[in-house]
Design a protein around this ligand. Structure first.
Ligand SMILES: [Fe+2]
Ligand SMILES: [Fe+2]
Length: 221
């Protein structure tokens, strides 16, 4: 029987990469509200990348189907670093700053164990590493800006932001309705998000709205 993991530390993995746990087992360590957030972000991703067909060539996917499946997986696992610990990051560094670094470290140590093809590896790595970067360079943790930020990562940033605005606002903040969330995201063009990312997102707005309405309905039952 497979042993259930309770903690994943980068130091342990570095010492013994062969024990690298499966990404789904790591995901299961996240608190359930965070898992729900990640699943919703995952569901938004294929709806948005559909309007960025050139990403098929960027990552060398065979077709749009493959891109959408990999983007779905990337969305689900974007916050995987929140389940990873490291002595390198003490309590003085917020989880928010460190999780893209820890997620990327876990991913790089585990890459040989994944059953993914090259294109899926690349898009997952980009999404996990850069989903908190900002167009103006004020993002975390790398401070990348403009075209340094892969479009797939920027799309995940928007899907992440949309979910936070609609269903998972930070402490003290109110949930927005879809129209207000849309206006807010569009207002961040050139600040948090690139023009391309915002325009691809805007094209997907009707499908995203329909998708989020299903969550509201589920809650109402
Ligand atoms: Fe994140
Ligand atoms: Fe997130």
């Amino acid at each position: 029987m497979k042993k259930q993991i309770t903690q994943v530390s980068i130091e342990d993995l570095e010492q013994n990469p062969t024990i690298c746990p499966d990404i789904e087992d790591v995901f299961a360590l996240l608190p359930s509200p965070l898992q729900a957030h990640c699943l919703r972000v995952g569901k938004s991703m294929p709806l948005i990348v559909k309007y960025a067909p050139y990403l098929v060539d960027t990552y060398r996917f065979k077709d749009m189907d493959e891109l959408q499946c990999a983007a779905y997986s990337g969305g689900i696992h974007h916050d995987i670093g929140k389940a990873i610990t490291s002595a390198q990051f003490s309590s003085s560094v917020f989880e928010r700053v460190s999780h893209p670094i820890l997620g990327r470290a876990y991913f790089d140590l585990n890459i040989a164990n994944f059953d993914y093809d090259e294109a899926k590896n690349m898009i997952l790595r980009d999404i996990i590493s850069y989903h908190h970067e900002r167009q103006d360079g004020k993002g975390i943790p790398y401070g990348k800006c403009g075209t340094e930020i892969p479009l797939a990562s920027a799309i995940c940033s928007i899907a992440d932001m949309l979910d936070h605005l609609l269903l998972a606002p930070g402490r003290g903040r109110k949930r927005l309705d879809f129209d207000r969330a849309l206006i807010y995201i569009q207002s961040q063009l050139g600040v948090m998000f690139s023009g391309t990312a915002v325009s691809v997102f805007s094209e997907a707005k009707d499908e995203l709205l329909a998708n989020y309405e299903t969550y509201t309905r589920e809650k109402a039952v």
